[in-house]
Design a protein around this ligand. Sequence first.
Ligand SMILES: [Fe+2]
Length: 241
Amino acid sequence: MIDFHTHILPGIDDGSKDMNMTKKMIRMELEQGVDRIVFTPHFYADNDDLARFLSRRRESYEQLVESLSEDTDFEEIDISEFKLGAEVLYFPGIGSSRCLTDLCVEDTRVLLLEMPFRKWTRDVYGEVRDIVEKQHLTVVLVHIERFRHYQKDLSVWNEVLELPVISQVNTECFLSWKSRRFAYKFIKEGHDILLGTDAHNVSSRPVNMAEGRTALKKKFGEGILTEIDQLSDKLWRNDES
Ligand SMILES: [Fe+2]
């Protein structure tokens, strides 16, 4: 089971504030059956520099690996089950940006894209299409459930979703009736989804993979989880077939 969207790396963004919290979050992941984690700190092109971001992320990750290797409570951890990634906020020009491959999930061409929190325009659509068609990256639209209500009409929304993109839904979305309604409808419409906890801490935005999956299974049966796991595994392995 893979968690594709997390803010677990310590001290790098608005997620885990220190190593202690990071380890608690990893423990929560393990207890909930997650055995592969993608670390996806925020990348904001407007106020971050790619090289600086990559070195901060590397440093944070190396500290984590060192700390886990010295901790007898984490002897079962296999770091080959971790991958580095980023949650990249949309910016004008992203379609032709040269920095995207460095921000993809490690050893893949999978880019986690955070769309703009406003009505999507034709320009936005064009940039996403360029990422897919010109840069040949697999785009994952993170927490898709957060963007629907900004769309006064659905023309661009529909166009974006008709591209060969994959949508990621936060597991938290399945825990309240209001957000659940959107997610269930979205799944029924036939969209492929990935799950991510988007966990930021251990209290207000915790790891809730198990609860989310339980709700999904109750609604759609075990088959939906199998489909999600197969798609997640395919992306993890960078299988483009
Ligand atoms: Fe996130």
